[in-house]
Write a protein that binds this ligand. Structure first.
Ligand code: HEM
Length: 240
């Protein structure tokens, strides 16, 4: 059999040499383990973010042909990517919750060694906000592609929300998947805010912000237009 073995295919030697706590042995084994936990949680989050970005871009490209027109089977094909991205966003949230098992007294020992390193500098996370339309760069390209795909079918979000699962099929499933994605992202932000508040209290962040108060201002829910289209369902007149 040719081809790489398990360790070769996954580049394990390189991957598993990248967890390097800065705590010296003098700080004790418990501090070393806690810092390893902190590093692994961040590194796995970055890896999962890479996967989410890949799937969101693939979903966007699947919706729109290279000539800019909506692809005929785009919505059905994009759903595979979106459903995976939603599931992985859940893992990101779980990872933040897992970090509640980082004892504050251990974190306090190695935190000073982090310098100005902060999750706020995560390029992957910023790219995710661009994809979801919560960054200052403007609206979500994925949502824009979805609207284009709906327009090519002669419909829009208001109508597919009204038609529901039985009337709008895959288009409705896609709208629901986008909502799931947006809410998973929101839940990550809230879980992270809780983690920061319980870990740091009123202390400021290594990235130079006020910490929890700053993060509270950063909690945004993506796809506002889709959410308000669903609100419209409550304006249904009885008997119509
Ligand atoms: C004990 C664990 C953690 C603490 C104490 C913490 C603390 C903070 C603080 C205080 C900020 C505000 C910026 C600053 O001044 O530094 C921040 C931002 C951020 N952190 Fe964390 N964090 C933790 C875990 C994580 C994890 C696991 C990730 C996953 C990648 C992450 C990603 C981010 C991101 C993306 C931001 C920017 C959020 C935004 O602008 O809305 N953090 N973090």
């Amino acid at each position: 059999m040719t081809g790489p073995d398990y360790a070769g295919y996954l580049r394990l030697e390189r991957l598993l040499s990248l967890q390097e706590p800065l705590s010296p042995p003098d700080d004790g084994a418990a501090t070393g383990s806690a810092e390893l936990f902190f590093i692994v949680a961040h590194q796995t989050s970055e890896l999962w973010l890479t996967q989410v970005l890949h799937d969101l871009d693939a979903a966007t490209e699947t919706l729109v042909c290279t000539d800019g027109r909506a692809a005929p089977d785009g919505i059905e094909l994009a759903l595979e990517h979106l459903h995976r991205a939603v599931a992985v966003m859940g893992l990101l949230e779980d990872t933040v919750r897992l970090l509640e098992r980082l004892p504050v007294q251990r974190f306090a020992v190695f935190r000073a060694r982090l310098g100005s390193a902060s999750g706020a500098q995560s390029r992957n996370f910023h790219e995710l906000e661009v994809r979801l339309g919560t960054a200052d760069e403007g609206e979500s390209p994925l949502y824009r592609a979805f609207l284009k795909a709906l327009a090519a079918r002669g419909t829009g979000v208001g109508e597919i929300c009204r038609l529901g699962a039985s009337g709008a099929g895959a288009a409705h499933r896609m709208a629901e998947a986008l909502l799931d994605l947006g809410y998973r992202f929101w839940r990550w932000k809230v879980a992270h805010l809780v983690l920061v508040d319980r870990t740091l209290g009123g202390l400021s962040g290594t990235g130079g912000t006020t910490g929890a108060p700053y993060l509270l201002t950063r909690v945004r829910i993506p796809f506002p237009e889709l959410r308000s289209a669903r609100e419209g369902l409550h304006r249904h007149e009885p008997g119509t």
